[in-house]
Design a binder for this molecule. Structure first.
Ligand code: ADP
Ligand code: MG
Length: 482
């Protein structure tokens, strides 16, 4: 790969840690001059001012980004090359990243609109939360149709599923899907304007606009929207001026071929106190229902959410939660969050009885269900096990797991049966405890940080294809209980 291409990759990497404006300002007209055998990457910059600034503010970030892409890079050196200023010899940062940046900027713009609280707690506007996408929505029998319809809308906004009406009870994932549609559309077509608003917010805005006689500017806001996502339309009940306003907005957008997605807690026909015309508009496109997830789906959701929080839980615990929390995915998530919080707070592994307490705290009336054995555990708490909190804990566990002595791992032996477990130690200490490469090296027989970095990357790479290694890692992680 040419230096120039490598530099473009490094700058791309930097996008996630340096703001666009700063990247453009400080990395304009820069280029890689050389990479020495010793791993020194020399970057030519146009002015001495830029050199000093980069050296002071961004050296470490550049090193981290470059090191991620090519481990041979071990240090960074900035050098002035007057020829670069205003020339096209360096990388044109602005142009190179315009489209990716646009996408990012747009998302950020969207984000900025969102739930910004003003002093006094008033919410100005709502936005899309990037946490929600169609890929992290667990698809099961109960929601397959709704998910598929959302996928179709993301592919072809304003197509045959227009409007798309999603209904279901509280905590079934309506808002998740709605926002996922918005995020999906923006991912595919960053230039489109997507607006997410709750019906409640819509009503407030209409009332305010009427009060201040700003109806015109209110209408304007929706005029150039390509996709309108409106959450919880049951809230429109008996708010007739808002309904009317929404009816106009709806018609205008619909006639212009714009996508509309609506959620509600009941089907259109049961939206009492809603204008018949609106009801029939809602039912015009595709109407899908979200049902409560069954046991398998609840297990799948729990596993997914645990993974997202990097939480490794005993299958017995997951099973217990899925059996006892049945009504609502939000509560399922809530229990998981509290389990995680208690683990962190008390540094102890959850047990059936500690989880039962959490569930009953959320719903006092809940009768714990489970086999006789499980119910026995609820009433007879086991002594709690501590979680691994230091690198020594991890070294001990890994040694134990592979039937090695601790000295083998910290020593100099280069046999494969010892090398791999040692590398696994390094990987886990980095991943689980976030130690620096230097610290890890020190704790493992005074090894060089580059050795540690190399091991970490090696294991990260290996788990992508080595199923057995992944299994080992998962078993060890379960013992670590992090
Ligand atoms: P609703 O709007 O229907 O009340 P939400 O969309 O707010 O429900 O969902 C509640 C929580 O449950 C959210 O955090 C959401 O991510 C999660 N959730 C619901 N269903 C699923 C699913 N099938 N897969 C993953 N997460 C889900
Ligand atoms: Mg909701």
């Amino acid at each position: 790969m040419s230096h120039q291409n490598f530099w473009v990759d490094v700058l791309r990497e930097l996008q996630s840690v340096i703001k666009r404006a700063n990247l453009v300002t400080w990395f304009k007209d820069t280029t890689i001059k050389s990479i020495s055998d010793a791993g020194v990457m020399t970057i030519a910059v146009p002015t001495d001012f830029a050199r000093r600034w980069l050296d002071e503010k961004y050296k470490n970030k550049v090193l981290t980004a470059a090191g991620k892409l090519d481990m041979r890079v071990t240090s960074i050196h900035f050098e002035v090359d007057g020829k670069l200023a205003g020339s096209d010899l360096g990388v044109d940062v602005k142009k190179t990243f315009s489209t990716q940046f646009e996408k990012k900027v747009r998302k950020v713009r969207n984000e900025n609109q969102v739930s910004v609280s003003r002093p006094g707690g008033k919410i100005i506007s709502r936005m899309l939360n990037q946490r929600y996408d169609l890929d992290n929505f667990v698809v099961s029998h109960e929601n397959r149709l709704a998910h598929a319809a959302c996928e179709a809308v993301v592919k072809v906004p304003g197509g045959i599923y227009n409007p798309l009406f999603i209904y279901g009870e509280v905590g079934m994932g309506k808002t998740h899907l709605l926002q996922a549609v918005g995020n999906g559309i923006l991912d595919n077509q960053p230039d489109l304007v997507v607006k997410y608003i709750t019906a409640e917010r819509f009503v407030t805005e209409v009332v305010e606009a009427i009060g201040r006689r700003h109806m015109k500017s209110f209408k304007e806001k929706f005029r150039n929207v390509d996709c309108l996502l409106i959450d919880d339309v049951q809230f429109f009940a008996r708010k007739s001026s808002s309904q009317q306003e929404f009816f106009h907005t709806f018609n205008e957008l619909y006639e212009a071929g714009k996508q509309i997605v609506i959620t509600s807690d009941c089907p259109p026909s049961e939206l009492d106190d809603l204008d018949e015309r609106l009801k029939s508009r809602f039912a015009m496109g595709m109407v899908v229902e979200l049902h409560a997830p069954d046991f398998e789906a609840r297990m799948a959701i729990l596993k997914r959410k645990a993974l997202e929080q990097q939480l490794v839980l005993d299958p017995e615990i997951l099973d217990f939660i899925a059996n006892n929390v049945t009504a609502n995915v939000r509560v399922l998530e809530g229990v998981l969050k509290q389990v995680a919080a208690e683990m962190n707070l008390f540094n102890a592994l959850p047990t059936i009885s500690s989880v039962a307490k959490i569930i009953q705290r959320i719903n006092r009336a809940h009768q714990i269900v489970g086999s006789e054995e499980v119910l026995h555990k609820v009433n007879n708490p086991m002594p709690v096990r501590k979680r691994a909190v230091s690198s020594d804990d991890i070294i001990e566990l890994v040694a134990d797991y592979f039937n090695l002595r601790i000295e083998d791992l910290t020593g100099q032996c280069r046999q494969k049966t010892v090398m791999l477990p040692r590398q696994i130690c390094m990987y886990l200490i980095k991943k689980e405890l976030g130690y620096s490469y230097e610290e890890i090296g020190k704790g493992l027989g005074n090894r060089n940080h580059t050795t540690v970095m190399h091991s970490y990357r090696k294991v990260s790479k290996m788990i992508e294809s080595d199923v057995n290694l992944l299994k080992d890692l998962n078993s060890i992680k379960r013992d670590l209980a992090r």
